[in-house]
Design a protein around this ligand. Structure first.
Ligand code: SF4
Length: 695
């Protein structure tokens, strides 16, 4: 990319050229957004832009981004939450945009996609330079042969691929098979030391990204680049975060640590090839203690550290440390190049176990780690009887003491997740807030533009800006609205005559209401349920009562179901979370969106409940800051499925009467598009019949 600073056409001119070339219509909201992005980049002030569906927000940020890159000679990073949007940008928007702007800029805009290292084939591992991490729990012969076939397909593809990008393999392969040919960033030897470094696919992708004007990546890699000591993305001074409403969840996932018998036994397998048997055995025994303890402990948040868990975590930590010490100095690879890959993989797994166990102890305060270490030193033999679940239960139920003060000082939360299938019970640890981290590492030394169709919750950006760690005066918020005429084209119906949703599944009255609405709409319904159980219950009950085809998430792949739903107006589709955000069906196939209940986090969601208690303990309104914010975001996303093109019309029906009656309803209603509102079921059914008759 040339580093000169030519005089470039203004953003407005470039946007007009782009919209004309792409055959679209320039919209006032799009122009306003493009100008705001340009101003933010020039003034180096963070910007949050809410841009409703149909605004054309991709062009509104890509055009000023490309202009900035051409002017400054430095890449702009665009981060998305979903692969679908990444693909849309790289396969559709950016190539057409490059064609449209080429003649107006000093060079054709270049773009590249960059993913995490584990998404690329590792040539060194392929050449037997790294351990293969065979899973000793894989004893189902059918799974073994299915994995074997995938492994063979990867090997054949590896001889032809030019990018080494896992997404090129069609049909896709399982994580299990792919892991045998890929490494994480921490396991990678580094291009300088790796014998395959010169041909490394991940390095080639980075090189291409280094030449690009726009680098498309995902929120996870953006977080890793910001938080780790090593740079993953090319140098950049501007980041656009699209689907920014998902940023906090994605960053939280990246920084969530986990510990289970599987993570410990992986470390044992890797260390076992390089250290004395006795040292590896000690870690194996500690892992068995952990397995026994977690097998009987109740799932959920661990409020106070039970003695048995503290001792076991300390045992695991200390045994991992002993293995790390036995591996010797980290920089001795040049004396032992043959084992460099094995050693790196062993260090990574052991560090992970050691650091996560320590982090979990630290989550209960500095004394927890010390006390546990003391117990370990004095009484490691007794800790083997840690099948005693009484301590764990005490922990999960919360202990006495100054709970409020504990909440104020707590930085991380630990919880136990139940085992499922081959996945054993797993302890997890995550920060109560990632705001401080984002503030320091992401917003600290670059300009960030955050955008989504849903950012202003309750009519204000404050809820999300607080979660991002931004303070007043450090950012500007802008709502460019939507080109859709919501009051004329959509109805928000709240079924105030229905009972409040209970804990015992879907009330009969809800099933009746759904049936009547679907009959009036002639199918054409997307049912968004707060749980898979409710979606399945509604499907079962209504398949018997209705004549229209009814699909339920899980019947087939979600993309296949959405395709079927979009292709036949009579068909209805019911499902849960991924449908709330992922369905884009313009036209008459989607005329009615039914939402069964306000999507608050589950009361037993350990992270949400811990965050809520923490906000309350520090003087805030925990319910509004966490539960209501979460619900508002999802409700707005769910309601946003209705109007996807200028010609769409329809109804969003919320069966949960609390949306009209509860004290927090104003906040939730203000988060939704400005549909015409009613609580009259007869009016809604009439409107649906008229719509169906007219289409
Ligand atoms: S540099 Fe890292 S990812 Fe690339 S081939 Fe070597 S070990 Fe694998």
């Amino acid at each position: 990319m040339p580093k000169d600073r030519p005089e470039l056409p203004p953003v407005e001119e470039l946007l007009t050229a782009a919209v004309t070339a792409l055959g679209g219509v320039e919209r006032p909201g799009q122009v306003k957004m493009a100008q705001a992005v340009r101003d933010a980049v020039e003034s180096e002030e963070h910007l949050a832009v809410q841009a409703g569906t149909g605004t054309g927000k991709s062009l509104a940020y890509l055009v000023p981004a490309i202009r900035h890159a051409a002017e400054k000679g430095e890449a702009v990073v665009v981060s998305t939450a979903t692969i679908a949007l990444q693909r849309q940008l790289v396969d559709r928007d950016l190539p057409r945009l490059a064609d449209a702007l080429e003649s107006l800029l000093p060079h054709r805009p270049e773009f590249a996609i960059l993913k995490g290292r584990r998404n690329y084939l590792c040539r060194h591992k392929m050449a037997d330079g790294m351990p293969e991490d065979e899973d000793d729990q894989l004893f189902d012969p059918r799974e073994v042969s299915a994995t074997g076939r995938m492994v063979q397909r990867i090997q054949e593809w590896a001889n032809e691929t030019e990018t080494g990008d896992r997404d090129e393999i069609v049909p896709g392969v399982s994580d299990q098979a792919w892991r045998q040919f890929s490494v994480t960033a921490r396991e990678c030897l580094g291009a300088q030391r790796c014998p395959s470094g010169a041909d490394c696919f991940a390095e080639l992708a980075r090189e291409r990204a280094g030449e690009a004007d726009v680098v498309v990546t995902n929120h996870a890699l953006l977080a890793i680049d910001a938080m780790e000591d090593f740079a993953v993305l090319p140098e950049h001074d501007v980041v656009v975060v699209d689907e920014a409403h998902e940023l906090v969840d994605r960053v939280t996932s990246v920084v969530t640590g986990e510990l289970s018998e599987s993570t410990v036994s992986l470390a044992v397998r890797r260390a076992g090839r390089l250290v004395e048997q006795g040292v590896a055995d000690r870690l194996q025994e500690a892992g068995e203690d952990l397995r026994a303890l977690l097998a009987v402990a109740p799932p959920g948040r661990v409020d106070t550290l039970p003695g048995s868990l503290g001792m076991t975590l300390a045992l695991v930590r200390d045994a991992a440390f002993a293995c790390i010490t036995a591996l010797g100095p980290r920089n001795k690879d040049k004396d032992d190049p043959e084992n460099a890959g094995l050693r790196k993989a062993a260090f990574t797994a052991l560090d992970d176990v050691h650091d996560t166990a320590q982090r979990m102890l630290d989550a209960f305060g500095p004394a927890a780690g010390r006390d546990a270490a003391g117990d370990d030193a004095e009484d490691s033999g007794n800790s083997r009887d840690s099948g005693d679940s009484r301590d764990s239960e005490r922990g999960a139920n919360g202990g006495p003491g100054d709970a409020r003060s504990e909440e104020v000082h707590r930085a991380e939360v630990v919880w136990l997740e139940e085992g499922r299938g081959r996945v054993p019970p797993t302890l997890r640890v995550a920060p109560l807030s990632v705001g401080g981290m984002l503030r320091d590492k992401l917003f600290g030394d670059r300009t960030v533009v955050l955008t989504s169709a849903t950012l202003a919750l309750g009519g204000s950006f404050d809820s999300l800006s607080r979660q991002w760690g931004l303070r007043a005066g450090e950012w500007t918020g802008l709502d460019v609205g939507s080109p859709f005429d919501h009051p004329r084209r959509g109805i928000l119906y709240v079924a105030t005559h229905l009972p409040q949703p209970g804990r015992d599944g879907l009330p009969e009255a809800y099933v009746d209401e759904i049936a009547e609405l679907i009959e009036a709409a002639g199918g054409r319904t997307l049912g968004l349920f707060s749980s898979m159980r409710a979606a399945k219950a509604a499907t079962e009950a209504l398949r018997e009562r209705l004549d229209v085809p009814l699909l339920c998430q899980g019947d087939d792949s979600t993309s296949q179901l959405v395709k079927q739903f979009a292709g036949d107006p009579a068909t209805c589709l019911f499902g849960t979370l991924s449908l709330w955000q992922g369905v884009d069906v313009p036209g008459p196939s989607l005329t009615l969106v039914i939402i069964d209940r306000i999507p608050f986090p589950r009361p037993d969601d350990p992270l949400a409940s811990a965050r809520q208690r923490h906000v309350a303990a520090t003087g805030g309104n925990g319910f509004m800051a966490v539960a209501a914010t979460h619900a508002a975001l999802l409700l707005a996303q769910g309601a946003g499925r209705l109007l996807r093109s200028m010609d769409d019309r329809g109804v969003v029906a919320v069966l949960d009467p609390r949306l009209a009656t509860a004290r927090y309803s104003g906040f939730l209603l203000n988060s939704l598009p400005p549909f015409w509102r009613t609580t009259d079921p007869a009016k809604v059914r009439d409107a649906l019949r008229r719509l169906t008759a007219g289409s």
